[in-house]
Ligand binder design. Structure first.
Ligand code: C2E
Ligand code: MG
Ligand code: MG
Ligand code: MG
Length: 269
């Protein structure tokens, strides 16, 4: 009987799906040792204010896998979240970012650069996230105002009251918040009123065809207006062409991130 149930269940999977499941189990296992094997690298992508002020960088995590080469965060971050390995990994990213900020303080050319760090909802749900951020800031000596945490709307799906509470605690430390991938989630606009935000990031899916698709143009225009009305900074991500940049500038957005201004890369500056 159990054997039948097992067979039935397997019948729902085609060989491709099964290979994917096996591969994910394998990757998750290797993810477990990646931190202590020093396989993670931080990449940095410039954020600029028009026309050419370097405001800072977004930190993008890379996994240098011994056999597979660079594994995309689009693949391993979901696995890390599911297994909660994102807790030690996310802490490591924050520590590295804050050490970098502290180091930059010795160089006048870099001392005002901000670092934006992606934070997963799982990190927010863990107990003591505020204390973790406070401790890392204290121990590294990073200026809290130069640290920006990027969160997504998915954060609000869980426990909006608690999330708002933790965010305002962390903001009390002087840290800033950016709402990443804005417009791609499912939550209502009312949370914009309750959250302690500093910046809204226009998702690259809208930026991609902003000059050719009237619907994307209308959405981007609305996001810019919404940000201005709320007194928040607005930044466009995934800006690849001069035409996209010019359209955005003409519509009131002057912070940019994208291949046009620089690809993510290891710290060589
Ligand atoms: P995100 O935070 O929205 O990051 C932007 C993504 O767009 C990055 O992909 C970046 O490389 C890519 N990108 C930047 N400019 C352009 C452009 O002009 N054109 C195109 N086509 N793409 C561009 P990446 O590095 O693969 O990261 C994917 C996602 O993984 C990130 O999306 C973020 O959600 C997540 N992630 C990355 N690092 C971390 C991390 O340290 N912690 C957590 N929790 N998530 C992370
Ligand atoms: Mg981001
Ligand atoms: Mg994004
Ligand atoms: Mg994204």
């Amino acid at each position: 009987q159990t054997r039948h149930a097992g067979l039935n269940r397997i019948a729902f999977f085609n060989p491709e799906m099964q290979a994917k499941v096996v591969e994910h189990v394998l990757l998750e296992d290797q993810l477990r040792s990646a931190l202590k094997e020093n396989q993670f690298v931080l990449y940095f992508q410039p954020q600029v204010q028009f026309p050419d002020t370097r405001v800072g960088y977004e930190v993008l995590l890379r996994w240098q896998h011994p056999e597979r080469g660079m594994v995309s965060p689009a693949v391993f971050i979901p696995l890390a979240e599911k297994s909660r390995l994102i807790l030690p990994i996310g802490r490591w990213v924050l520590e590295q970012a804050c050490q970098t900020l502290a180091r930059w303080q010795d160089d006048p050319a870099k001392a005002s650069w901000q670092l934006a760090v992606n934070v997963s909802v799982v990190q927010f749900q863990g107990v003591g996230f505020t204390e973790q951020v406070a401790t890392i800031i204290r121990q590294t000596g990073a200026p809290p105002r130069l640290l920006k945490l990027e969160v997504t709307e998915s954060l609000l799906m869980e426990d909006p009251e608690r999330v708002a509470q933790v965010m305002s605690e962390i903001r009390g430390l002087g840290v800033r918040f950016s709402l990443d991938d804005f417009g791609t989630g499912y939550s209502s606009l009312s949370y914009l009123k309750r959250l302690s935000l500093d910046q809204i990031k226009i998702d690259q899916s809208f930026v991609r065809d902003v000059t050719t698709n009237p619907a994307s143009a209308a959405i981007v225009d609305s996001i810019i207006g919404l940000s201005q009305g709320l007194g928040l900074e607005v930044i466009a991500e995934g800006v690849e062409t001069g035409a996209q940049r010019d359209w955005l500038v003409a519509h009131g957005c002057d912070h940019f991130q994208g291949y046009l201004f620089g690809r993510p890369g290891p710290e060589v500056f």
